[in-house]
Ligand binder design. Structure first.
Ligand code: PEP
Length: 258
């Protein structure tokens, strides 16, 4: 269907002790082994990154942080930096998640700096964009989402941005059990790809993975992943158990093989 390798990423948010994180990572790694037709990434809490990195050694499962600061080091109490994420073995970093924008004052300008900073350390940014229910009902979905995409990529060229992953996560669908209809998700994904093409060129935009996030579960993953511009999923709640996450990974494999 497409040459883009599907990506299934788990965002464990503020859940799991070190031991619980390692047990979950180990069950996922056992399923993924040396690699599947789809890429798999897990995102534990910061205190578990080091231990999970050890657990995943030798497996094809990538490791994602949930946030970073843009500076490498300095007087920034409580922060993590791209240098430290790379040092601990992170391959990916979630940036601009709506919970960070909503509760921790994350701005488009901060997101842009973080994207540039992680790319400089060869860490793949998974940039989250998405509209609130109020914005959707006011017909502003594309204004909001495309504005966030534009801000996140500003000042960086297609070469620097080659590894970029975008995650479209309508805020009203995150953790609520409400999922966007597959065709509505596809409309937004297509618009995102179109804007990326206008900004940095069509061949680049054709290579960029755009994930859907918002109450993805085993029962709706295939339908969402059947859409041409839905290249994978960013999964919150359903990534916290191997029994739910593995069938979503398998849906990613089916997409890759379709
Ligand atoms: C998320 O936190 O990125 C997310 C999509 O959560 P959930 O799958 O629980 O809606």
């Amino acid at each position: 269907m497409t040459s883009r390798t599907p990506l299934i990423a788990g965002n464990w948010k503020l859940h799991n002790t070190v031991a619980e994180s390692q047990a979950l990572a180990s069950a996922i790694a056992a399923h993924v082994g040396n690699g599947l037709a789809c890429e798999v990434v897990v995102g534990p809490v910061a205190t578990s990154l080091s231990a999970v990195s050890q657990t995943l050694r030798g497996s094809a499962v990538g490791l994602s942080a949930q946030n970073t600061h843009w500076e490498d080091s300095g007087a920034f109490t409580g922060e993590l930096s791209p240098t430290l994420l790379a040092d601990v073995g992170c391959s990916h970093c979630i940036i601009g998640h709506s919970e960070r924008r909503q509760y921790f004052g994350e701005t488009d300008a901060g997101v842009r700096k973080k994207v540039a900073a992680v790319l400089a350390h060869k860490v793949v940014p998974i940039v989250c964009v998405g509209e609130s229910l109020e914005q959707r009902e006011a017909g502003k979905t594309l204004d909001v989402v495309l504005g966030q995409v534009e801000a996140a990529t500003e000042g960086l060229d297609a070469v620097a941005l080659a590894p970029l992953v975008v995650a479209y996560e309508p805020i009203w669908a995150i953790g609520t059990g409400r999922t966007a209809k597959a065709e509505d998700a596809q409309d937004v994904h297509r618009a995102i790809r179109g804007r990326l093409a206008e900004l940095k060129g069509e061949s680049w935009s054709d290579s960029i993975r755009i994930l859907y996030g918002g109450s993805v579960k085993p029962s709706n993953a295939d339908e969402l992943l059947a859409e041409p511009d839905v290249d994978g999923a960013l999964v919150g709640g359903a990534s916290l158990s191997a029994d739910n996450f593995i069938p979503i990974i398998d849906a990613g494999v089916r997409r890759a093989e379709s």
